[in-house]
Design a protein around this ligand. Structure first.
Ligand SMILES: NC(=O)c1ccc[n+]([C@@H]2O[C@H](COP(=O)([O-])OP(=O)(O)OC[C@H]3O[C@@H](n4cnc5c(N)ncnc54)[C@H](OP(=O)(O)O)[C@@H]3O)[C@@H](O)[C@H]2O)c1
Length: 300
């Protein structure tokens, strides 16, 4: 199969390309600027610059590539506060960019896989299932919800994969996340305040890449929730990091999210039921502790 990935320079995109290269598919990685992927071009791998907000650029690239079987659309404006502060830019990337891709691939592909987020939910109930009601509380979530609607309205065979708090390293180095933030501060004896009234099911990036590949291999259509299987607060994640690295827990103060003021409101309780993905795809994530181990096995 010929598989095109958008946002291939991003955290997920990099791991997806890395895992797909172990299969026998032809991979076309695309990103907004020059490649940040550590792979050399071959018969089965190429990198192309593709700005999804530029319709003409997409059409030109699609002509260049010819027939494609699957598109995995991972490119997005992903920083919640940036989206809140630059609404137009976020809409252009997340909604218009998705529409551009849908239009350019209409009638030409076997599966359009859109990567979405737990932030399409309002965070009141948590532990969301695929058919729960969407009600985003910030602009990032709103743009992802609108993009989901664009995907669902098309006649293309579509798959929406929603994920939640993705952590891991990029292929070329580290990437800041709650684990590196806790480790870095506590190792340097800096006290930190950690939120204990938000809930997520954090997702190790390689699990997410595997889940997407399972959905492609099984040609699974519809919506799937792919995340970790543990319901944790940021405080729980911090304490797991403390015990993994044997850090000083007394430097941590438990606080409510209301302690911090951020431009984009965060949904309080999200996290997913992943039963459908486990049943239909055979998806099985690792634990948060195992995720920390894998992250640091790679950089030390
Ligand atoms: N990370 C999470 O916790 C999380 C949680 C839920 C859902 N998701 C979803 O998962 C997907 C992947 O996220 P990620 O964590 O890999 O985010 P990421 O590291 O920020 O990657 C997103 C990529 O999209 C690219 N991009 C932005 N605008 C573009 C444009 N106009 N044309 C082409 N590429 C563009 C960015 O390019 P540059 O690098 O050049 O800026 C970046 O490489 C996103 O759809 C996100 O909404 C992520």
């Amino acid at each position: 199969m010929k598989i095109l990935i958008t946002g291939a320079n991003g955290l997920l995109g990099q791991h997806l390309v890395n895992h797909l290269l172990l299969t026998n598919h032809q991979i076309i990685a695309t990103g907004k600027g020059p490649t940040r992927l550590p792979f050399t071009e071959s018969d089965l791998y190429s990198y192309l610059t593709l700005d999804i907000s530029n319709k003409a650029s997409i059409e030109k690239t699609m002509q260049q590539i010819g027939d494609i079987d699957v598109v995995v659309h991972a490119a997005a404006s992903t920083q919640v506060d940036d989206c809140e502060n630059n609404k137009e830019a976020a809409y252009t990337n997340n909604v218009i960019g998705t529409s551009n891709l849908l239009e350019a691939t209409k009638g030409k592909i076997k599966q359009f896989v859109y990567i979405s987020t737990d932030f399409v939910f309002d965070g009141v109930n948590g532990f969301y299932k695929e058919d729960d009601v969407l009600n985003p509380v910030n602009w990032y979530g709103q743009t992802k919800k609108t993009a989901e609607e664009k995907v669902r309205e098309t006649n293309l065979p579509w798959t929406i994969i929603r994920t939640c708090l993705v952590y891991g390293n990029t292929l070329s180095g580290t990437r800041a996340n709650i684990i590196t933030w806790v480790k870095d501060n506590l190792e340097n004896k800096r006290p930190i305040k950690v939120v204990s009234d938000q809930v997520r099911t954090p997702t190790y990036v390689e699990d997410l890449a595997n889940g997407i590949i399972l959905a492609i291999q099984k040609n699974a259509k519809g919506i799937y929730h792919i995340s970790g299987n543990e319901t944790l607060t940021p405080y729980d994640m911090a304490m797991k990091t403390v015990s993994f690295f044997n850090l000083d827990a007394t430097l941590i103060t438990k606080v409510d999210a209301s302690t911090f003021s951020q431009p984009g409101k965060r949904p309080q309780k999200t996290g997913f039921s992943i039963e459908k993905a486990q049943r239909d795809l055979g998806y099985q994530p690792i634990s948060f502790e195992e995720g920390i181990k894998k992250m640091f096995a790679k950089v030390q």
